[in-house]
Every structure is written in C-alpha cells, then in structure tokens.
Design a protein around this ligand. Structure first.
Ligand SMILES: Nc1ncnc2c1ncn2[C@@H]1O[C@H](COP(=O)(O)OP(=O)(O)O)[C@@H](O)[C@H]1O
Ligand SMILES: [Mg+2]
Length: 380
C-alpha cells in the first residue's frame, strides 16, 4: 500500500457531491453507488442507474469521474454502469415520495411552500404560453426552483417554447421531468404520439392533471406555473380541487372581444374560491417603427377593464400587473426555444416580464378564499 493511496472516506465525500442530473440529489443519497474499489491509485465505481435506457448515462459517468479524479492520490477512475433491481427502484421511489409509498400531491399538503399559479385566458392566441415560459425562465434566472406544467391539452406548446426535446424518464411510477433554461417541464404533448390532436374528455383531463401533480418528481419547487387551456374549462376547476391553494393569473389582449371571455375565465374563481393574483395585458401596443409612439393594434383598456371587473366580482383586489408590448423577438424566442428574458433580458418586454415574475415570486401566498383551518378568535 503506497502512502498516497486515496482514502475511502475522501472518495465517499467526493461521490456525495455528485448530483443526479434529473433528481437533483446526491447519488449517494439515492443509493446509486453499488460499490467502490480502490486498487493503488485506481478507483473502480459501480453506479446503479434507475433504468437501463437512462438518457443521462454519459452525464452521470463524467460527473462521477470528475469528482473522484479530484481526490488526492487518485490517478484513474473507472465507472461501470449497472441498473437497479425492481426492489431497489421501488425503495428509491418510496424515498422520493418522502418515505411513503402512497400517492399524493405535494403542493396540496398543508405545509407546502410552493406557490402554484394557473395561467388562464378566455381564448387562445393571446400569449398565455409565451407569458408562462418567460415568467418561468425569469424566475429560474433569479435562482428559484421552477416547474411548468403544460396543461393546455389541445394546444400544448410549452416544450417547443422552452426548447425541450427530451422526453421524461420514468422510475417506477415516478416521472422525471426534463429541464430547460433551469425550468422543469412536463407537457401533455410528451405523452401523445407525434403531434396527434388529443380529444380528451373531462374525467380524463382531471386524471391526467392529477397524475402530473402527484407522479412527476418536481422536487422542492418555489413556483409551479400551469399553462391552462383557454376558456372556462374543466381543468381550471380540477386544478382548484387538486390544489386548493392555487391561484390564477389571467392573460388578455386589450381587445374588447377578448376581455369578455377573459373575465369569464377569471370568474370561475368565484366558484372555486381561488385567488386571482392579477391580469397581464399582452400585445398592449406596437412600438412605432418610425417614431417613439405606440400603435394600439388591438385597441386599448382591455386589461384594466378585466382587472376592475374581476376586482368587483371577486371582492378582492385584482391588479393589472403589466402591459406587454408586441415584440417580434418574443415570438421568435417562442419559435426557437429561447425565451426573450433569456435572449435579451434588458429589452423593454423582458423588463416588464421580469417585474411580473419578481412580483409573483416574492409575494407571500394570498389567503383569500382559503380555508385556514383556524377558528377566528376575537380580542377584546
Ligand atoms: N407580445 C407579443 N409580441 C409578439 N408576439 C407575441 C406576443 N405574445 C404572443 N405572441 C405570439 O403570438 C402567438 C400566440 O401566443 P401564445 O403564447 O402561443 O398564445 P396562447 O398560449 O394564449 O395561445 C405566438 O406565435 C406567440 O409567439
Ligand atoms: Mg398556448
């Protein structure tokens, strides 16, 4: 034995710094290290993958190599990948669920600190998805842990807008969401073949949403944004049932025709007792290419009108959070999978989106319409 032979403790400590790229936790904690053998200055590590077709094989291998090579005395590292047995996978599954084998929605637990926002609109094409991905990317840029659930069954566009082309992997019944721009993404589009149009009925939608909320390993999220289908559909009601503390963000254009339906989408919150956190008016104006003026392509005042009427109907303040200009680069960003807040964080539209993101992530969770489980006491 040479004096410089690397110590087992040092190697374990190095392995403990290696995070599983999908789960985001140390591989040692996930029982992914089958064995470590040290022969002089060579270390053999056997790593257990959750599934054999794991898309992260190379990434895990290089992370382990890098970490162990950095241990003093190690000259070479050999990593062998094997696959967990069914029992090992089941144990991991239970561990990821926080020690329980039963299915539950983490965001609906009383102690959950995740803010859950459903992004709603009256009709399609108003920029709901564009706003969702830019808010998510902006929050991730400021260091928050963010997830986007694309619940727009009929018009799922989130994966493209965030440039996600990887499919989720599955560990037992747990789904590992792919990530892009620091955002974890799950879309109904990932579970349909090709681009087939989906005709899902209400109960199926409810079950799909329930599954995405409970079976996806979201980890500890600060914020979860749900891109809801346009209109006053069943899925908004399902969301309210599944995550009673969820709140709604309404997106509209300034156009009157759009505001009426946007309002209706918002007033679902009366039935569901959800809080509407505010209104974003998108495509509010087009900066004039020839002067400093603004062209009101879709009219004006729609966002403020929706905010006012929702305030009246819901009985709590529903602010107009932002007016967002038309910006060709916002559309281009959606098409190319790089959100505008990432591509050009300092342009006007990005600044506005960043402000909204900041506001939604820094506010304490609203209590309106929520059962606090407290008995009011009166102080004399
Ligand atoms: N402020 C904007 N400026 C320019 N294009 C926009 C803007 N908001 C949305 N778009 C574009 O309009 C189209 C519809 O937006 P999208 O976010 O898909 O709407 P929705 O999700 O409400 O159907 C997309 O092509 C998108 O890139
Ligand atoms: Mg959309």
């Amino acid at each position: 034995m040479s004096a410089s032979r690397p110590g087992a403790d040092a190697i374990q400590a190095a392995l403990a710094t290696v995070l599983d790229p999908e789960i985001g936790r140390p591989i040692t904690e996930l029982d992914m290290i089958e064995s470590v053998r040290v022969t002089d200055d060579t270390v053999d590590v056997v790593v257990l993958l959750t599934v054999s077709g794991c898309p992260m094989r190379e990434e895990i291998t290089s992370r382990v190599e890098r970490a162990v090579t950095a241990v003093p005395g190690v000259r070479s590292v050999r990593v062998r990948l094997e696959v967990m047995s069914a029992e090992q996978r089941a144990a991991l599954h239970t561990k990821l669920r926080g020690g329980t084998a039963t299915r539950s929605i983490p965001f609906a637990q009383p102690g959950s600190l995740t803010r859950v926002y459903g992004v709603a609109s009256g009709k399609g094409g108003v920029g709901k998805s564009s706003v969702t991905v830019n808010l998510a990317a902006s929050m991730a840029r400021s260091g928050l842990s963010v997830g986007v659930l694309d619940a727009d069954i009929y018009g799922h566009s989130i994966p493209r807008m965030l440039g996600v082309d990887r499919l989720p992997t599955q560990v037992e019944k747990m789904i590992m969401p792919p990530q892009a721009h620091g955002v974890k993404v799950i879309s109904t589009g990932m579970f349909t073949r090709g681009n087939e149009p989906v005709t899902w009925r209400g109960p199926m939608l409810h079950r799909a949403l329930e599954q995405f909320l409970s079976d996806v390993f979201w980890g500890d999220l600060d914020v979860l944004l749900l891109d809801l289908p346009p209109g006053t559909g069943d899925i908004a009601i399902s969301l309210a049932q599944l995550v009673p503390s969820s709140e709604l963000l309404v997106v509209t254009t300034p156009q009157l025709a759009a505001t009426e339906v946007a309002e209706r989408a918002g007033t679902v919150a009366v039935q569901t007792r959800q809080n509407v956190v505010g209104v974003v008016e998108n495509m509010a104006w087009l900066p004039c290419p020839h002067c400093a003026g603004r062209v009101d392509v879709f009219g004006s005042g729609g966002g403020a009108a929706v905010a006012e009427r929702l305030t009246r109907v819901l009985g709590h303040d529903v602010p107009l959070l932002a007016q967002l200009p038309i910006d060709v680069r916002l559309r281009e960003g959606g098409d190319s999978g790089v959100p505008l807040v990432t591509a050009d964080p300092d342009c006007e539209a990005s600044k506005i989106l960043r402000e909204v993101a900041e506001r939604l992530s820094s506010r304490s969770r609203g209590l309106a319409g929520r059962s606090l489980g407290l008995t009011p006491t009166r102080r004399s």
